[in-house]
Design a protein around this ligand. Sequence first.
Ligand code: NAD
Length: 337
Amino acid sequence: MALNVTLIPGDGIGPSITDATVRLLAAAGADITWDRQLAGMAAVTAYNDPIPEATLDSIRRTKLALKGPLETPVGKGFRSINVALRKAFDLYANVRPAKSVLPGLRFSDVDIVLVRENTEGLYIGIENYIKVGEDEHAAAQSVAVVTRQGSERIHRYAFDYAVTHGRKKVTLVHKANILKYSQGLFLEVGRAIAKEYEGRLTVEEKIVDACAMELVMRPERFDVIVTTNLFGDILSDLTSGLVGGLGLTPGANVGKNAAIFEAVHGTAPDIAGKGIANPTAVMFAACQLLDHVGDTSRAARVRGAIEETLRARKTVTGDIGGTATTDQYTDAVISNL
Ligand code: NAD
């Protein structure tokens, strides 16, 4: 039976890299019915709403979406689309793998899966200015909210992920030495969950600043990382950089009732419409989608074809040192299937 998946082509380079991905999955024989929906600037142009109800309805129906990058329109009255989607579907786990494939980089043995808490922490949106005298912006505060329930489910997700994917180690990354309450609770819960996995996984704890240094010096020491929202956001761009940049790294946003797969990068307005964008990150995101629905052998085959094309480094796009167009690169991947 065909799998129904919501497809949000997105803005900028989004339509061309998602088209390339749809073409690749079809060539790999994936039986997917795509329900194309708008979000971002494309939806503002069509409906004056960056995240139309029809798009949300489609994801409620399919419970799965592949999404191109979206431009959040600047100006009051528009919600942040990515935050709205995470909230609407309670997509609490953001899974961002970074693996060495491209030859000739500083590191050749990076294979890290970063699991970022996606709904709490400093991204909860409780912020305000404090007026002192005539100065409306004399001070500002942003509140970090960490809950036991939110911490339990993200740690459990990361530990279960590690076990089911044959990983050996989970690193709990925190700043509990300074933020004793919010980060302290995250660590306390992580330690309790870690006990349940004793004997199956090695668990270590690292303070985020020390972790950042070690990631750029000895990234091969890391396996699965679990951390809070802001630290995960920053460290996952760092891990992208270890393996060749944002053009290569995907991200899955997973909740109990839906999952949305996307590239970590944005709409790349500087190269939009030129046909030269690198579609690899969305292609890898599609592999995460196939894994998610249990089509793991097809995911492995598609991933293998992408990796072979990247390793040969002959027909690759400009961002990683080649001269191929999006279409030429996609053809090369398809021929390696
Ligand atoms: P960006 O990721 O779009 O671009 C940064 C640089 O990387 C640019 O030079 C771009 O050309 C290059 N790049 C990115 N992806 C590439 C690809 N696949 N192939 C080749 N080169 C690539 O970041 P930005 O310029 O800060 O943001 C642009 C827009 O994207 C903003 O409107 C931002 O809000 C949005 N954005 C959306 C998402 C999302 O939807 N998940 C994520 C990040 C940024």
